[in-house]
Design a protein around this ligand. Sequence first.
Ligand SMILES: Cc1cc2nc3c(=O)[nH]c(=O)nc-3n(C[C@H](O)[C@H](O)[C@H](O)COP(=O)(O)OP(=O)(O)OC[C@H]3O[C@@H](n4cnc5c(N)ncnc54)[C@H](O)[C@@H]3O)c2cc1C
Length: 392
Amino acid sequence: MKPDLFEAPDYYNLDELLTDEHKLVRTAAREWVKRDVSPIIEDYAQKAEFPTQIIKGLAEIGAFGPYIPHEYGGAGLDQISYGLIMQEIERGDSGVRSTASVQSSLVMYPIWKYGNEEQRLKYLPKLASGEWMGCFGLTEPDHGSNPGGMVTNFKDMGDHYLLNGAKMWISNAPFAQVAVVWAKNEEGRIHGLIVERGMEGFSTPETHNKWSLRASATGELIFDNVKVPKENLLPNKSGLGAPLGCLDSARFGIAWGAIGAAMDCYDTALRYSKERMQFGKPIGQFQLQQKKLAEMITEITKAQLLAWKLGVMRNNGTATSAQISMAKRNNVDMAINIAREARQMLGGMGISGEYSIMRHSMNLESVITYEGTHDIHLLITGMDVTGLNAFK
Ligand SMILES: Cc1cc2nc3c(=O)[nH]c(=O)nc-3n(C[C@H](O)[C@H](O)[C@H](O)COP(=O)(O)OP(=O)(O)OC[C@H]3O[C@@H](n4cnc5c(N)ncnc54)[C@H](O)[C@@H]3O)c2cc1C
């Protein structure tokens, strides 16, 4: 792969909106990605393997639990810092960002928000340091966009719960030590349970043959009469709102992460357009290529503003789920379109692993699907503005 020459576009001087702490956090993440991710990521994506050696570095830049308080091992940062870390990591690879998002927003967040103090102290410091990795089991073979229909269930056996069912498309599943699993009790109410690797009847087969997020490990979670200790139930929230609360946090991170992927594609295409000569000129001198670049930087700038304002609203606790849906949907769509245009600008080289664009393009096919598909987020916005529910 080519050396990582990335220079971040900031067409509207949006850095003026950031604090010194935001910039420090971003610089640390950016330098780490250049040093430890860019040189190896193409190989790992080609091999369809998650590079486990980067776990320690992810922990060191604060990517595991950026906004979880220090007392539990988190970085104690605000939401904009969290977003900037996700942006920088996804600039390197969406699969690596997925691993960090799952660990922070889908595993640490529910333990922090819905768990008791014993659970927080037992799990969060180890998850923050990367000593333990986690996964989040919501999607099932027959219930994706409609998770409320889940059939995974647990029965109260007196001194323990008995868990049965299956989850699929679970990021980090093949290597996670801890799984936050959503299942229905005998009354049909959804609860979160912490399931640990090694519990009898619990297995995590890997999902192979993906053309997307190849550097992120994906698998199933199978529960065959798993005895889960009663103290592993998350006591402080139940119902579908509990997993959806985690998704709000993860979708916010994706809205920022997608900007990273888009910036990398734009920056690569811009540089290439000045170097690649055809018909005796750099291709960047042709109006058709300039149109692509001008539209890319316009869309990136709009997405940056959306993400920043959403970060302000997350910081003061006013962002609604529907507002988060809009940013996730817009920014991922923006990134996938930019990846496609940038790939064309590189001609044949656009499909080569010499450059990052094709990998981003394929990765974004998962990002536009998981954590609520593109169409589902549109329906959420539609429901919010009309007050009418299209899901019923
Ligand atoms: C690489 C990868 C990693 C993932 N990681 C995780 C994870 O860690 N944990 C986890 O729990 N899940 C994870 N997922 C699952 C992901 O969240 C689901 O794939 C997603 O929610 C969509 O569900 P589905 O695939 O079952 O599609 P479906 O729900 O079957 O949807 C198929 C199509 O129908 C459309 N559709 C569905 N309902 C409606 C409707 N009411 N109106 C209009 N259109 C509709 C959808 O938009 C979509 O286009 C991951 C997925 C991928 C691909």
